[in-house]
Design a protein around this ligand. Sequence first.
Ligand code: G6Q
Length: 547
Amino acid sequence: MALATFSPLKTASWTALENHFQEIKMQSMKQMFQDDASRAEKFTIKWNDFLLDYSKNRVSEGTIELLLKLADEMHLKQAIASYFDGAIINKTEDRAVLHTALRASDDAVIKVDGKNVVPEILEVKNKIKNFTHEITAGIRKGYTGKPFTDVVNIGIGGSDLGPAMVVEALQYYQNHLKVHFVSNIDGDHVHELLKTINPETTLFVIVSKTFTTQETLTNSETIRKWFLKSASQKDVAKHFVAVSTNLKKVTDFGIDANNVFPMWDWVGGRFSLWSAVGLTISLSVGYDHFDALLKGANEMDDHFKTAEFDQNIPVILALLSIWYNNFFEAESEAIIPYTQYLQKLAPYLQQGIMESNGKSVDRNGDIVNYQTGTIIWGEPGTNSQHAFFQLIHQGTKLIPTDFIGFLKPLYGDTNHHDKLMSNFFAQTEALLNGKTEDQVRAEFTKLDYSTGRAEFLIPFKVFEGNKPTNTLLIEKLSPKRLGALVAMYEHKIFVQGVIWNIFSYDQWGVELGKQLASSILEEINSGQVKQHDSSTSNLLHYFLQNK
Ligand code: G6Q
């Protein structure tokens, strides 16, 4: 079934939310906590070993009811069914959106064009499993007979960010292989990498769904040329494998057809880490951990499909985000994991969230008259506390923030972990309560400040508070829980796209720059600058004269 195509502004709940917003916008959460001793309990969802406390949000029970009504009015239930059933919900590209099938159970039946795709998925998983074993056990060897020590993932965007984020996040679970990522067309990126690897013992995984991406092909060619300085053409087959839908182009590159890991057009790049795009993940942590990552995502899929909306983590997170984006007019959201392992989570989610929902045309092709895609940013705590938290606490902008923390550290160092987590709890508490003028004055009195000095400093030391946060507490960082966490955000993206009446699974916005770059490259190569605006012309002339 197709997704609904009417504006959320046409629903009764949207109007009710607008009215309700006028009542609630000045209310303080501090007061709400004082008025209701069971607030935290009411706004907490426990699922497996995840706990989401969303009580530190500027919402009442009435707000949540209205937001849930909005979800119903936008036919979210039916939309979820269409998403999981393989309906063509990516209409502008005429495709199903089935990254969820990649982590479905082995006996699931999921049809695309009438054909069950699960057997093909299992076949590719098996190929990933066997290949991982052969590389990690040293059965497959390099061209001089040595086992592989390094793996280079060559890809960009969806073919880089997911694997890079997960490999970093699961560093604790890594085996002996050193995994590197090269993505940028900037030659300095690849040349720095080449200084650190040995052609005899390095495996190159070229990841490109289309196998037409300029960055990936240029990097692959540069690397192949470098490789051929010490190896011969026939050795390419041993050292280069590819993940792609484009078998012809892959084999033209010189890669053995047996070394191609297929993917499908119903898997969008930014949702593809669950497919063979995750081959480097499997190589890095072993197939069993890769499989556990998929299982975790699958469990979150089940939760999303079956939990009532008021107990449904992705649904609640999406609705809260809509509340701030469309009613409070918040411009951005921060995601702050309290673990260094998740340092690439925010950049990864920036693509997932901003490429999916950064759209200004609705599902009818009309320009929307409301805000869509949220701007996402973030860095791990506590580093971020010493960097940009000042603005979250005392700046002029409202920045709803997700705090993600873990009950247990991986190395069992409770000294560090307790300090880390005390910061985690302190920040959300400070953001909620702030600090009043009276509290600041009392502190100054204790410190024996002169009245003049104290009165001067008070305004600078007051914290307004009332800053919304979600707290997600997870048992311990593991492949399975990471899979569930990533799937949670994927489904949040989906819910928001459904409610905003936009197509979340295309990305036409990245095309124009690519087209212009290819015609400008011709001008740079020929030295003939064509007609541009005067700024671009001047810049091109300057570049050509001085490069
Ligand atoms: C993601 C996008 C995009 C894509 C890259 C790489 O959803 O589609 O980021 O992943 O442009 O594309 P290829 O895998 O085709 O090289």
